[in-house]
Design a protein around this ligand. Structure first.
Ligand code: NAG
Ligand code: NAG
Length: 180
């Protein structure tokens, strides 16, 4: 798994297209809040891996975080491990021809990985993360299991972001979580 997984997901927060031109732009307030994706197959992201995952984003004005939770089965029941990423939101210009879309640079601020089961602990051993339920800071070390490079080598992602997400690029429903 690669950190571009985060990029993919960010790039693809989607919104139904609108017909009125005044709705073709969006502002930071349009994505503020917490969004959770339904359980989806890891393979839907283009990775050749079995299992399923859930992701949960929280967007503030200039900073956001996401937790990805990975499972061994297809129904998000058998926990493996998760990662938590904090990243900046450096919103750029609107993209001509793409409604409601802006460029985004997302500098990585913090990357944590956490084994959530015995099996997940084995998988994260290569990242020196072995205690179940413990968050390990891999911001500077990276984590080979997940394809994370040290942030000194990979500072962030360049992406496109749409306002008011309802689905992700891999066509998984993303739901707004009120009062989260
Ligand atoms: C996925 O599961 C199938 C069936 O158990 C197995 O044959 C295959 O090797 C697995 N693929 C990966 C990438 O783990
Ligand atoms: C894991 O720990 C070993 C021994 O301290 C170290 O050499 C290695 O770089 C660490 N690996 C990661 C990914 O942090």
């Amino acid at each position: 798994m690669k950190l571009s997984l985060l990029a993919t997901a960010l790039a693809t927060l989607a919104t139904p297209s609108r017909s009125h031109s005044h709705e073709l732009i969006f502002y930071a307030k349009d994505f503020l809040g917490t969004w959770q994706g339904d359980c989806g197959p890891v393979a839907s992201t283009g990775l050749s891996s079995n299992g399923s995952f859930i992701r949960r984003y929280n967007f503030d004005h200039s900073v956001a975080n996401v937790r990805y939770m990975f499972f061994a089965d297809d129904a998000c029941a058998e926990s493996l491990f998760s990662f938590y990423a904090v990243f900046g939101l450096d919103l750029g210009s609107h993209v001509p021809g793409l409604p409601y879309t802006r460029t985004l640079f997302a500098p990585f601020i913090k990357l944590l990985v956490r084994p959530d089961s015995e099996q997940g602990s084995h998988a994260l051993a290569a990242c020196n993360a072995t205690t179940i339920g413990h968050d390990y800071d891999v911001t500077l070390s990276g984590c080979p299991t997940l394809g994370f490079k040290p942030t000194t080598e990979c500072a962030g992602d360049y992406d496109l972001l749409k306002g008011q997400p309802t689905r992700t690029e891999d066509d998984i429903v993303a739901t707004f979580v009120p009062d989260a």
